[in-house]
Design a protein around this ligand. Structure first.
Ligand code: DP6
Length: 340
């Protein structure tokens, strides 16, 4: 097997997190990470993840944090990476190309994203791996849609990094390849900023994968699914017309509702903390008094993303820096995952 791929040298890829504006929560197929509803997000330019992969006799994983310190990999995270590779092959089989991917690879991950605190570390890692696997495939380059599918098979939201700017993850029929990203607008079309406030660096106890699988136990889940098509339309239209107020309204409505679903599913998931609620209250007050274009949103963690336009950036950064005991990341709309 190795000999057939012996010309493959090390492949490097680069990606970053994305922050959902209409959230993905719950799957129609957990195994293939096919979402129950469509979603849309903004790709961020920071923090970044880099991977290097190479052909190997057996799959191996090394992972380093932002200080370059090697992090021991749990059995669960190795199993997830192995599963992603197997699913990538399964998808490639449906387009007659699984033989072009080698049996095994060695994976080295350098992640600047703290894991499991609501900054989409898994989207960044798996979209990065998707990019690298795409380059490992021997024949013609895979399309961006196919790279997006590979990303989704590792982390559902990872499908939204294979394009830059603002990206929808949409469902199209059945099968392992039936949900993938589509670019709504590029980072050049509309540059927004995301000031990320991390009040708590403890890793969450229940990750998104487990949470998605229980979403349908919430009595609010079905209603949420009914609301998503309208919200998608409003959000996409706001992004296309750069209507910040419209974007703010629909994305805050959706984020708060996703958290109500999380809280009412069994077992209940309480990702938001007192600090989250305080930050939301204070930013609502400030944006009213100072007429700021800023919206808040939270993924699966207490972390608050304050997304704002350039003219409100200085005030939002000052607000963030005045918060006690918070780590701050300053990001803006970023580009697609890519080889490096
Ligand atoms: C709350 O993509 O992290 O961030 O496929 O299990 O890794 P897995 O799920 P993931 O789910 C993201 C959930 C969310 C909302 C969103 O990003 O749309």
């Amino acid at each position: 097997m190795l000999a057939a791929f012996a010309d493959t040298s090390m492949i490097h890829a680069h990606s970053s997190p994305n922050i959902a504006l209409i959230k993905y929560w719950g799957n129609r197929n957990n195994e293939w990470r096919l979402p129950a509803a469509d979603s849309v997000s903004m790709v961020l330019d920071f923090p970044t993840v880099r991977v290097a992969i190479e052909l190997a006799e057996k799959i191996s994983v090394q992972s380093y944090d932002h200080d370059g310190v090697e992090k021991p990999q749990s059995d669960a995270s190795i199993a997830r990476l192995e599963k992603h590779y197997a699913l990538s092959k399964e998808f490639l089989r449906t387009i007659g190309r699984d033989e072009e991917l080698p049996e095994n690879v060695s994976i080295v991950i350098h992640s600047g994203v703290p894991p499991a605190i609501g900054i989409a570390s898994s989207a960044a890692v798996f979209s990065c791996l998707a990019e690298a696997y795409g380059a490992l495939v021997k024949g013609d380059a895979l399309s961006r849609k196919e790279i997006s599918i590979l990303g989704r098979l590792g982390a559902g939201s990872g499908a939204r990094n294979s394009f830059g700017g603002y990206v929808a993850l949409e469902n199209h029929g059945e099968g392992i390849g039936s949900a993938y990203g589509r670019q709504i607008a590029s980072e050049q079309d509309w540059m927004l900023h995301d000031i990320i406030l991390v009040p708590d660096q403890k890793e969450k106890k229940v990750g998104s994968t487990e949470g998605h699988a229980k979403a349908a136990t919430s009595p609010l889940f079905a209603k949420r699914l009914n609301e998503i098509p309208r919200r998608m339309q409003e959000c996409i239209s706001a992004l296309e017309t750069k209507d910040f107020e419209k974007l703010r309204k629909v994305s805050e409505e959706d984020a708060l509702e996703m958290h109500r679903v999380m809280q009412t599913q069994t077992p209940s998931l309480q990702y938001l903390s007192n600090a989250t609620h305080r930050i939301i209250r204070d930013i609502e007050r400030l944006r009213k008094s100072d007429k700021l274009n800023v919206l808040y949103t939270m993924d699966a963690g207490p972390t608050v993303h304050l997304i704002c336009t350039g003219d409100s950036l200085a005030a939002v950064v000052a607000f963030a820096e005045a918060q006690k005991d918070c780590i701050i990341f300053k990001a803006k709309t970023g580009g697609a995952s890519h080889l490096s």
